[in-house]
Design a protein around this ligand. Sequence first.
Ligand SMILES: [Zn+2]
Length: 178
Amino acid sequence: MRIINVIGIKDGVVDTIDSFGVFDETKVQEVVDKAQALFIEKAREIGLEGEIDEENDPIFDDGYYGIMNVCVCLSWSDVEEVSDIIKGTFVSVWDGGEEVRTPAELNTKTGEVTTESVDVEGLDLDILDREYFETSDGDELEVCTDCHEYILKTVMKEGIGKTLNEVHVCSNPDCDNQ
Ligand SMILES: [Zn+2]
């Protein structure tokens, strides 16, 4: 995502920063107009005078107005969007070692695995041994064999004699596998 910042600098350090995000590239002009209006407002606060052509003033090309020890500037920056979704493969392993692999996505926040329905037709499959989500790096994350939709997470549970045991439970709080 692109962001336009109006940055006020005083004595060489950032004093104020106002950021306007371009969430929708078709509305970029609206965002630019808002940022430019604030830029002019801040510039006037520190001494800018005279008429400004709000559409196309040369001051916007400079993106800078400064006097003495204060200045205000317009600056674009890019923010990488962080996605919680990673792509991988849903693998189910059946008795006899038969593997069925399907492209899948994992939501790393909720632990939910989404995949197109696994086509097992025509295969002589009987008992499901294991299911896991394989990341593109080859890491294998166990999928809950109860709901088949969430990976397992490790939690500490109190065992006998107040010992803590690592147990694997479903990431889905609504699943019985807790
Ligand atoms: Zn589950």
